[in-house]
Design a protein around this ligand. Sequence first.
Ligand SMILES: [Zn+2]
Length: 299
Amino acid sequence: MPELPEVTTTVNGLNEVLPNLTIRDVWTDYFLRTTHKRLDTIKNEKYFKNFKKQIIGEKVKVVERRGKNILIHSSHNKTILIHMKMTGHLLYGKYNFDGKIWKSKEKFLSDPFNQFIHFVVGFSNGKQLAFSDMRKFAKVILFKTDERDELSDIKNLGPEPLNGLSLEVFKKQLSKRPNKKIKTVLIDQEILAGIGNIYSDEILWTVGIHPERLVKNIENDEFKKMYDAMKKVLKKGVEMGGDSMSDYRNIYGKKGNFQNSHKAYRRTGQNCLKPGCKGKIIRKIIGGRSAHFCSIHQK
Ligand SMILES: [Zn+2]
């Protein structure tokens, strides 16, 4: 699932191309292709009809990230929220609909991960934002911009890890779950917004903390190390254009590079890369998610 660095990469890309463009058309086949037709998203046909009516003619102002959500703010107090969930990513380019599927001459479409188009927004410059979502778990909704703080998708999120978060607040947030395992707490969006499975594994490997350690047993100096590692790892993810080990691609359909610098995530069975460590990376399900960690230096 795209995490803070991937969503940031997408949002930065969108901010280079979308502001001042007017929305001319919008299309989806979600409600034809999925059985989970939530009433309050575009996966419901009636909701989508109203969404379409509301959004055509809107001019994009700016695109923002909050946690793993993409917020496309437009004129007239309207915001489109897109949560990419497991396999979604936005692609920008020139597309044509042949009556059945969306096609493009853009080179990146030869990548199979870019071919599952289920939502398309057309703009005044003749280009489209096409949403590829292989497993169709994504969420797309429209809301009034000035009601964002009441929206459940936004209001329950913890602070942003990179935007001026202090060590004190970081510690205070994690300490809200003293009896839970640190891996589970790091990916809890109500504690910190934007960290998921990849970056939590990398942060814990960096600081040598076992993913099953309970938060109440983490020492003060370890909180400091974890705080520093979190910033370093997330910034590196952003600098590398995100992680494309799985489906994620940037808005031009290209892969990020963070998957080439994994120390723990999906390195099961391989030697630990920490200098001098003789451990191997093991995989274990913790709180329903796969954790990858070193058998020796993470304690
Ligand atoms: Zn190790």
